[in-house]
Design a protein around this ligand. Structure first.
Ligand SMILES: [Fe+2]
Length: 159
């Protein structure tokens, strides 16, 4: 499919898709980190955080699929190998084995901040280029992480 068929200019769509692929790569590294947090959390918060991390990785995997399918809707191909994700992602992998529960939550909060930063960059482009569909989707992703940033910070007793 060509971008023109949904009323968007090809050259503008290309730059939006590059940004969406960057977000996709970061989301994959973040997703796998959440799985590690879910598996390796220990201590008194186990039951709370084990469930919370599952909620977060379930949301992440749904966002990943929606993001990849938006790229396809725009007539392009989503990155689909871990090699490309690792090469492209700003978010770095960590080993969650043996990490304290609060350190795991802090690692997730750091990822959220990076993802939100990328999403704000994307929304600058999508509003400038008139791609309201992508803008709406990214805005939803961002609001979920903004709300969960509040909750995770509250869990840690942060101001
Ligand atoms: Fe599980």
């Amino acid at each position: 499919m060509k971008a023109e068929e949904i009323g968007l200019e090809e050259v503008k769509v290309k730059s939006i898709v590059d940004q969406l692929n960057e977000l996709l790569a970061n989301y994959h590294i973040h997703y796998q980190k959440l799985r590690g947090c879910h598996w390796n959390v220990k201590g008194k918060s186990f039951f709370t955080l084990h469930v919370k991390f599952e909620e977060l990785y379930t949301n992440a995997v749904e966002s990943i699929d929606e993001l990849a399918e938006r790229i396809l809707t725009l007539g392009k191909s989503p990155l689909s190998t871990y090699k490309e994700y690792i090469a492209t992602s700003r978010i770095q992998e960590i080993n969650t084995i043996g990490m304290e529960d609060i350190a795991l939550v802090n690692a997730v909060l750091e990822d959220f901040a990076t993802l939100i930063e990328i999403e704000r960059e994307i929304m600058e482009s999508t509003s400038e280029y008139g791609d309201d569909g992508t803008n709406d989707m990214i805005n939803r992703f961002m609001q979920f992480k903004e709300k969960n940033t509040w909750m995770l910070r509250a869990f840690c007793g942060k101001k």
